[in-house]
Structure formats: C-alpha cells, structure tokens
Design a protein around this ligand. Structure first.
Ligand code: GLA
Length: 374
C-alpha cells in the first residue's frame, strides 16, 4: 500500500469516517549546496521516492491527529504549539487560518510515511508540504506547488520556530520526477537537472542535540559578517553576491571564524552551479570531486561536521564505485550522502553495512521521486 492508501485507511480506523482529502509529498536529499539557502545561494536537492501522506477531514470542533509513527494527539481549536510531531501540521493549519479564520472549526488528521525519521531527508518538510496540499484540497484553495512550499516554510519558521532556509519545502513541493532541482534560493528560479548516478545514505546514528543551537549560531555569524562587509561594500546584498575572485580582498576585513564561514558560503554556492553543469554534461568525476570539496569545506570552514561523520566519509570514499561522499543536511550528526557511479549503489550500500568498525545503524539506497501530489 502507498502512504496515501495507508493514511486514508488509518483515518477510517481512527475516526470511523472517510477523509475529505489525501495528499503526499517526498523527503529530499541535497546533492550539493549546504548552508547557502538562507544566504540566497544555489542548492541542488533530489526528491526521495519515500513519501509522507496526510489525510484530513473537517470536524465540528477540536484538533485530533494520528500517525503511524507518533502518539495520537488531541488538542483544542485552533491547535497551539505543543512541541510534539503534530506541530508541523498545526503550523500549516495556522497558516490557512491566518488567510481565513473562519475556514475551519476543527480538523482530523491521519499521517502515514515511508520517509525515515532523523535521517537527514527532511521528514518535517514532507509532512508540512503534504499537509498543506491536503488542506488546500479540503478548503478548495487552488495553490501552486510554489505557494504550498512558501506556506509550509512559514509554518516551519513562524510556528515550529526553526529558522531554516527555503530548500526543504521547495524541494518537497517542486522537484520533477527523476531529476535534481537546481534552485536559486533568492530569485526562487528553478531548473531540472537529470541525475545519472546512484545515491546512498548512511545514517550516523549521532544525536542531533547540538544542531538547533549551532544552526542558529551560524546564521547569526553570517548576518554579522554581512553587516561588517557592508561597511566596506555598501551595495553588497548578500554573501553569495561576493565573486570568489574578491575573497582575497574581502576576507582580511573579517575576524575568525567569520572569514572561514564566508569562504564556505561563497565557494559552496559556486560549487553548486558547477556541480549542476557537470551533471548535465555527464561529467561524473568532476561532480564527485565537487561533492568531496563540499564536505571538506563544511568540515574545515563551516565547522559543522563531527569526527564520526568524517570517519564515514573517509571510509566511503575508499570504496570502489564511489565518486564522492559528504555530510548532508545541517550537520552536527545526521547522515552522509555517498554518490556512486550508475549501477553501483546497491554494492556500495552492502559494503558500508558490512563495515563493522563503522557500525552504521542504517544504510539506504535513495530512489529519486517527485514533488507533491495526490
Ligand atoms: C537544514 C535546513 C535547510 C538548510 C540545511 C543546510 O536542513 O532545514 O534549510 O539550511 O540545513 O544546507
């Protein structure tokens, strides 16, 4: 059964009624372009074939939510932030109510998902985008995938309180089947890039305890660096506007570690554009080198890797058939993305699973999927 079928069935069992609408959305894995989305840079995510489905039904009163993976939730209407899994749905509900407070007097929700949790594939964006799509159908609001992504992103930042960039929700809403999405996070221009290689995700099993605080700290460092550079270059709109050739002139204006952070952002943004070009040209060796350079920069300049992520990357890079490996997502734990030559993914995954020294909790071959849909 697909997640959509399972969400509809779960809705019937939990609420003894048919859902009014069901929609699903994928997780994502970012090939290259890490920690640049919130600076308006370029990212290159792929949608996963794993999806989250949300079934919704209007109710006379209250908020009730059930999931295959979390405890059932019951709350007053409109739902307030609880700290639980249903906040991603409640945040989306809040956005619809902001547009029309009388749109709904209560809601029942059932969630089914294949997207692995805590594996760096953005299960939260999948849940938000699927919830937004299901509610749009229920409320007869015709929203484009871009509008769904923007609404889901507001839910995550304003309601859930995570100061993330736009990549995850845009990837979950817009990625075309079988392609990566080259996304300019400032203009929101997109283009599809065919993915002619295999992708393997190795979960580190490390806790994300440090992540939220460190992520917010990196964002503040970026804002601080931009403010300091504007004293010298008043027209500078964003860090990604700095041409790589100007780094030798501008970086000495910044104290450490701000100089390292800026060097990462500027070069990573350029790497993403070059990586998309390499993929388009079928130049997999160049693509792999850029993936490796991305990790090295995240480790040395952005300082968001861990010893364990580095060890997984080093081991993966030694395997036959591997083009490149890097930490993926925010870092400070999470997962490593291993890029393998076409047809090599299953073999690479097997070898990583068999590495007793690494003792990886989960190694998965990623099948590319497509953005939001029914
Ligand atoms: C997290 C955020 C994204 C992005 C990445 C780092 O996954 O949700 O918006 O900033 O970190 O590239």
């Amino acid at each position: 059964m697909t997640p959509a079928d399972r969400a509809a069935a779960l809705f019937r069992t939990a609420f003894a009624a048919q859902a009014d609408a069901v929609a699903s959305a994928p997780g994502r894995v970012n090939l290259v372009g890490e920690h640049v989305d919130y600076h308006g840079g370029h990212v290159l995510p792929v949608a996963t074939a794993w999806r989250t489905a949300v079934a919704v039904g209007a109710a006379a009163d209250g908020f009730a939510a059930v999931s295959e993976h979390g405890a059932p939730i019951r709350a007053a209407w409109p739902p307030a932030r609880s700290g639980g899994w249903s906040d991603y749905v409640a945040g989306v509900v809040t956005e619809f109510l902001a547009a029309d407070p009388a749109a709904l007097g209560g809601l029942r929700v059932a969630v089914a998902s294949d997207v692995p949790l805590g594996a760096g594939v953005s299960s939260s964006a999948a849940l938000e985008v699927a919830a937004a799509a299901a509610l749009a159908v229920l409320l007869r609001r015709s929203l484009s995938p871009r509008e769904l992504a923007a609404l889901a992103h507001r839910a995550e930042t304003a309601f859930v309180g995570v100061p993330c960039g736009v990549m995850d929700q845009m990837a979950s809403a817009l990625t075309p089947a079988g392609s990566a999405l080259l996304l300019d996070c400032r203009s929101l221009r997109t283009s599809a890039v065919p993915v002619g290689l295999d992708l393997v995700l190795a979960e580190s099993g490390e806790s994300h305890a440090l992540r939220a605080g460190q992520y917010a700290a990196r964002r503040r460092e970026g804002d601080d660096a931009l403010a300091r550079l504007r004293a010298a270059v008043p027209t500078l709109g964003s860090l990604v506007d700095i041409p790589p050739a100007s780094l030798p002139r501008l970086l000495p204006l910044l104290p450490p570690p701000l100089d390292r952070r800026v060097r990462h952002v500027v070069n990573e943004n350029q790497r993403t554009v070059l990586a998309a070009r390499a993929l388009e040209a079928g130049d997999l060796a160049t693509f792999g080198r850029l993936v490796n350079a991305s990790h090295d920069s995240l480790r040395d300049l952005y300082e968001c890797s861990t010893a364990r992520l580095d060890a997984i990357v080093t081991a993966a890079r030694r395997l036959p058939g591997v083009l490149g490996a890097r930490l993926v997502g925010a870092g400070w734990g999470g997962a490593v993305l291993v890029v393998a030559a076409p047809g090599e993914g299953d073999r690479v995954a097997e070898r990583l699973r068999a590495d007793v020294a690494l003792a990886l909790p989960a190694v998965r071959v990623i099948r590319p999927g497509a953005g939001v849909g029914g």
